[in-house]
Design a protein around this ligand. Sequence first.
Ligand code: ADP
Ligand code: MG
Length: 614
Amino acid sequence: MSTPQHYEFQAEIRQLLDIVIHSLYTEKEIFVRELVSNASDALEKLRHLQLTEKEIFDDRLPLEINLTTDDAAKTFTIQDFGVGMTRAELVENLGTIAHSGSKAFLKALGENGAKGANLIGQFGVGFYSAFMVARRVRVYARSWRAGETGWAWESDGSGSYTIEEAEGQRRGCKIVIELKDECTEFSLAAKIEEILKRYSSFVQFPVNLNGKRVNTIQALWLRNKNEIKDEEYTEFYKFQADAFDTPRLRLHFSADAPLAINALLFVPDENPERLGLLRAEPAVALYCRKILIDPRPKDLLPEWLRFLKGVVDSEDLPLNISREMTQDRGLIAKLSRVLTRRFIKFLEEEAKDRPDRYKEFYRRFGIYLKEGAALDHTYKDELMKLLRYESSLTKPGELTGFADYVSRMPDGQKEIYYLVGPSREAIEAGPYLEGFRARNLEVLFCHENVDEYAMSHVHAFDDKRLLAADHADVKLGDLPAPPGEDALAGAQLQTLVTWLKETLGNRVAEVKGSDRLVGSPALALNADKFSSPHMRRLMKAMKTEGADDSPPRVELHLNPRHAVIKHLAAAREAKPEVAKLMAEQVLDNALIAAGLLDDPQKMVARIYKLLETV
Ligand code: ADP
Ligand code: MG
């Protein structure tokens, strides 16, 4: 037996330990994660050596991690049969700052001059986190190399440590933590089990607590997908997402470039925001080699993918990745792009190969894709290809996409037309569709709340502008007048138009005769985009200061073949007072159809007056 030899910690380690020991960092439990991850690394290294080395000490030992708690002695012990350490390695690995997480921690500390406590959580301080809870730490280590002996390393975390020979050691590492009085909860099996479940459920080596296996759920995402049963996926999803449903869709994939990734993504059965109350929180967990880095990383996926559940594991991430460091942010951004592109590709395949299933997905989650198309420039083009709508050419309940719409466009059509309304029925009953139908032009029907907003933001598809069919910018080509019907003659129409402009005053921006109409006497077109029905409702609801209270200014289009318009022209000369009432009423009716009539009260009084004249 040799006598213990004294060593001083390197200055940086002393500084680090000082902070770790005296910090008031509350989540002390992360020390379990750090030690389990070290044990798992050591086993991984050994497994690798077994492939290349002929002679390994104690080669029969199982690759597993054993934790024991002793609440009488107030100790916590973790033991592995990994690579272990030689004396020189103990000095090098535990006495000097070899580890990137600790380095980053100290660097941030130097830069911020901060107290350190909150930085511990961000960077992780690896092995030294044990000193948050330990009065004394003993590390028994025996290297895998033949001809080595065992060693006992010991420290109370203040400045120095000792190393002495320890006989009878098996391969690997055993770390015994004597707990501080205020940390004795970590000598309770139940407490440790709870922590292990949270952070280390998917460690690939068996983790035993007091002789009982804890991590029974395997890292499903690393297994070959041909060997995984549906039930296993579902069980994993429920465990991981804390859910009770069966996932609607799943994507299990791996990639090697530009990053090594294994990912398993789930779409839940239902849209969690469907009641409009709760905003979904990002819930795709980030792992590095089966060790949890962050259960809810914020920037891993774009906002509009916040409904996804699952895990992403990348070997290329440092275990103590931080969102603050530019270098790490770059990695996360890269990871995000790979995941998002792959998920979009997956949806494209779904839409093509399993349209019915895609439709069901789209019915519940399409709103997120619309949001993404409108707001996320990076993925706009891909997302637009995934959007679906009913249209004037589909049967009720059937959906079509922009690409199909474009493929049906007749020669000469340059724009993509859509109409926003509360339902298909409402849109079809309005006056706007007639002119498009008569010209065989397809109109997309939008009846979700986000549609108006989304449509005006996506702006174009395939260089074709998206245009609301009730917008004044829409120019429809001439149609031959339906035979056998006499329209108001040009001069008569012109007089009527001039008179209407005068009579309706600033309620209209423009009045004109139109070919757009077939069965209706008149229609109103939005003269500017801010008076769209949706916008007006929004402004009214918010009662924004400076919101425009004046009636919307519209273009009024007249159907010169319609009986009502012909009557109006006749009344203008014969009964000017009644004609005035009629003119106002024609405009109000058009506004109702446009969803733009703000105040129906006046109209009721006017109708009674009109009825008196009949
Ligand atoms: P990191 O794990 O990021 O390298 P740590 O501070 O957690 O940093 O550990 C420092 C070093 O100590 C490790 O790199 C490893 O070389 C060594 N070490 C820690 N735990 C073990 C263990 N159980 N078996 C073998 N070596 C270990
Ligand atoms: Mg570590």
